[in-house]
Design a binder for this molecule. Structure first.
Ligand SMILES: CC(=O)N[C@H](C=O)[C@@H](O)[C@H](O)[C@H](O)COP(=O)(O)O
Ligand SMILES: C=C(OP(=O)(O)O)C(=O)O
Length: 376
């Protein structure tokens, strides 16, 4: 499989292309099938969805909150998500359809139940989205399953990325890739930070680095490939003007085709034999404008960006009580889980720090663990 050849560095002059259908199917299996067909026609290697078990991904508070947005499919966030969530049976139908037209099929596992389901489906790899890049228990479980993983790094610091790599190494799982990603929809060109791609390549020389882009248009993604990305993921839509949070920053079939043709041209010209070009070289090669230059500004650190805070607030994960807990209780791993909660609590990357701490008051099942309930 091409992705495994890229991950094991058996091939260097190739880029694996994922069409992220995500929730752009508007809740319709027929539309999803049409999108799979269009992604295949454009030359993608893979179509990807987002699988959630809503009660495992979201705390009750997050499911019950009102969702006031032009992109809302229902009054509460939980009902909105339910409208867009395909059942296991629908996943099997979409997988069978993808197999019939010979395109890889997978999804992001947005909680442990969904991870189990995707493993059962025998997908070729599992995506861990940026919202779960700091969900260390999920990563530990996924790493131990020895299934190839593609892990996005939006809304995370370098410290968290180091921890992801440590988890994979500890599990002995070498089949994983890290995706540079900025979780802002659409991402302004100046926030794309494409120089993070060579920075990640230098820091983790044995790891394949990819790019999951949320910017408008397709030229920045071509630049990401020249900067070193060997896996590319872009949201895909049949019509960018449709209702839904992700359509605007998605590519329509003709744009996806154009992106893939551009990448194929790099392959024909053996351009990708050089693992990574400098910003000046990229600007020259793509006849770059100010937008491209802005995406290539020098950066030294990987931080959570200002533009990512809205997404982190909406979909970032917190440490949550797995069951009702009494005042004085000393927290164990079985007492805790990681979910999107409203309001949010201690961020997921601090999960291991919370274990062993004592509660100064009782906490309900599904309630976020905040600093206020912990003895200092
Ligand atoms: C961080 C993350 O999961 N981001 C995903 C992948 O990029 C997105 O597709 C979200 O699911 C989507 O933007 C949510 O939109 P709403 O909140 O309207 O359902
Ligand atoms: C959230 C996801 O993607 P990313 O973090 O790459 O945007 C996903 O694939 O579910």
């Amino acid at each position: 499989m091409l992705l495994l050849d890229i991950m094991s560095k058996n091939v260097t002059n190739e880029v694996y292309i994922i069409a992220e259908i995500g929730q752009n199917h508007q809740g319709s299996v027929d539309t999803a099938k049409l999108m799979i067909l269009e992604a295949k026609k454009a030359g993608c290697h893979c179509v990807k969805f987002q699988k959630s078990d809503l009660k495992a991904k979201f705390a009750r508070s997050a499911l019950e909150r009102n969702y006031i947005s032009d992109h809302a499919w229902a009054k509460t966030y939980g009902e909105h998500k339910e409208y867009l969530e395909f059942s296991k049976d629908q996943y099997r139908q979409l997988q069978a359809y993808s197999k019939a037209i010979e395109i890889d099929f997978t999804a992001s596992a947005m909680d442990e139940q969904s991870l189990d389901f995707l493993v059962e489906l025998k997908v070729p790899f599992i995506k861990i989205g940026s919202g779960d890049a700091n969900n260390f228990p999920l990563l530990i479980k996924a790493a131990a399953m020895m299934i190839p993983l593609v892990i996005s790094t939006g809304m995370q610091t370098m410290q968290t990325v180091d921890k992801i790599v440590e988890i994979m190494n500890q599990a002995g799982n070498n089949n994983f890739a890290l995706m540079h990603c900025v979780s802002s929809y659409p991402t302004a060109y100046g926030d794309c930070n494409l120089r993070m791609i060579p920075a990640l390549m230098t820091r983790f020389p044995n790891v394949t680095i990819g790019y999951s882009g949320h910017e408008l248009g397709q030229s920045i993604t071509k630049a990401a490939v020249l900067a070193g990305a060997r896996i590319v993921e872009r949201h895909f839509t049949l019509d960018k003007t449709q209702k839904g949070s992700d359509h605007r920053c998605s590519l329509e079939p003709r744009e996806l085709l154009c992106l893939i043709e551009g990448i194929n041209q790099f392959k024909v010209n053996q351009t990708l034999c050089n693992p990574s070009y400098s910003s000046n070289e990229i600007i020259q090669m793509l006849d770059g404008d100010d937008d491209l230059k802005a995406s290539l500004i020098e950066i030294t650190q990987k931080e959570i960006l200002q533009c990512e805070l809205a997404c982190r607030c909406k979909l970032g994960k917190s440490v949550v009580a797995a069951r009702q807990l009494e005042k004085g209780h000393i927290l164990q791993s079985v007492d805790l889980c990681i979910k999107v909660s409203e309001p949010s609590g201690i961020t997921a990357e601090k999960y291991f720090d919370v274990i062993g701490m004592q509660l100064i008051c009782g906490v309900d099942e599904d309630e976020a663990i905040t600093e206020n309930v912990l003895m200092t």
